[in-house]
Design a binder for this molecule. Structure first.
Ligand code: PHB
Length: 395
């Protein structure tokens, strides 16, 4: 059944139901992963939203409150994501949808957002074309092109021969395409490319093949979380570092919260990304300090946390400007013109033409800082990167 029919049927059924929540309650349908592949990541997003709300509740217009309706999509599972979004729209009557780690889930939700006119604030899923799938999507996270294209440009100056290894789905394909294009444009040679299953790949045979072809660098994209640690272990176990292969990639492969689990094999890994918990910008220091105060000294936010934090800040702006009465089109108008010169990741804005984020990209190296591994920002590769895929495909 299309969501239109769903809405009609459910609307009829709900006429005699209890009165809806007060008009002044803004409901956010928050979908992320608490189980399945990298299901430990969901809380990094939810905690950011809750911390933001706790710190900023007083900014809400009088009588207005924000309610999170939290759902587990169980990992990369588009059918489940679609079902949850449908229920959130029809039954819970959410004003906005937000969250979503995985691209296939975001793509499954996109047509529902369009049909029901519900703004959908993406806080992770990073395949470039997602934002073209609905005018009701605004993305506060990143694209893989944003990190992997500048990574390829930088890598071409330092390495001659590179191998690429990526997860076989949207963001992996984007990381491979972006890196390969930039690396070749810079004069580099791709000596091998492999795409591995998204869920539970055994990296050993792939790493062995990489080692045999003796590249100068191995560019990897896998989803952040436990998958990144599995790559790191396999890279170390097969001795690729000792064989002279440099591990490089978008920052997903050295995601901040996994560094303690990766161990010394991560030392020296070079990545390009928009967020490191170790960054010393004052806004980031305040963010990390607030996180540790709220959740414990050994807890660290990651790039999913910062996207959720900034996305929530934009939602807060939309709520304030409309005094708590959200119109979907006005909300999108506000979200897509969002700017923040002082995000924990640096100056960010939304490109109103594409509804995708513009943000700095940093070159980072994993180093030991005060006894713990950290993504140390070495230089700002570009202070304001627009999604290169969209820039290169402009007519
Ligand atoms: C995605 O599915 O778009 C995705 C998942 C994990 C990441 C990055 C992108 O680390």
């Amino acid at each position: 059944m299309t969501i239109g029919k769903w809405l009609a049927a459910a609307g009829a059924a709900l006429v005699f139901a209890a009165a809806p929540a007060s008009a002044q309650t803004i409901k956010i349908g928050f979908i992320t992963s608490y189980s399945g592949l990298n299901g430990n990541l969901g809380p990094y997003m939810e905690r950011a939203l809750r911390l933001y709300l706790k710190q900023n509740e007083k900014m809400l217009p009088p009588g207005v409150n924000i309610e999170l309706v939290v759902r587990d999509d169980t990992g990369p599972n588009p059918d489940k994501a679609k079902q949850l979004a449908q229920e959130l729209i029809v039954r819970d009557k959410v004003n906005l949808l937000a969250g979503v780690i995985f691209t296939p889930n975001a793509l499954a939700i996109a047509p529902l957002a369009t049909e029901a006119k519900v703004p959908f604030v993406i806080m992770n899923a990073g395949t470039s074309m997602i934002t073209t799938r609905s005018p009701y999507i605004v993305r506060f996270s990143f694209t893989l092109w944003q990190s992997s294209y500048p990574l390829g440009q930088w890598a071409a100056k330092r390495f001659k021969r590179a191998y690429t290894l990526v997860s076989d789905f949207g963001p992996g394909h984007d990381a491979e395409d972006a890196f390969t294009r930039a690396f070749k444009e810079g004069g580099g040679e791709i000596v091998g490319s492999v795409r591995v299953p998204v869920v539970n790949p055994d990296f050993t045979p792939y790493m062995q093949r990489v080692k045999d072809s003796k590249p100068d660098a191995l560019m990897v994209f896998v989803p952040a979380g436990k998958t990144a640690t599995a790559v790191m272990k396999s890279f170390g176990d097969l001795g690729l570092g000792q064989a002279g292969v440099k591990l490089i990639g978008p920052g997903d492969i050295t995601t901040d919260e996994e560094l303690p689990n990766m161990g010394d094999v991560a030392l020296g890994v070079l990545t390009v990304h928009h967020y490191s918990a170790a960054a010393d910008r004052p806004a980031n220091k305040a963010f990390v300090a607030a996180w540790k105060k709220e959740y414990g000294a050994s807890e660290t936010p990651n790039f999913l946390s910062v996207a959720s934090w900034d996305g929530m800040d934009a939602i807060m702006q939309a709520v304030r400007e409309q005094k708590g009465k959200l119109d979907p089109d006005k909300t999108i108008e506000i979200l897509k013109n969002y700017k923040n010169p002082n995000s924990p990741r640096g100056p960010i804005s939304i490109d109103p033409e594409t509804r995708d984020i513009i943000q700095p990209e940093y070159l980072r190296e994993v180093r030991r800082v005060g006894g713990a591994l950290a993504n140390v920002e070495l230089e700002t590769i570009n202070p304001a990167v627009k999604d290169p895929w969209k820039e290169l495909n402009k007519k």
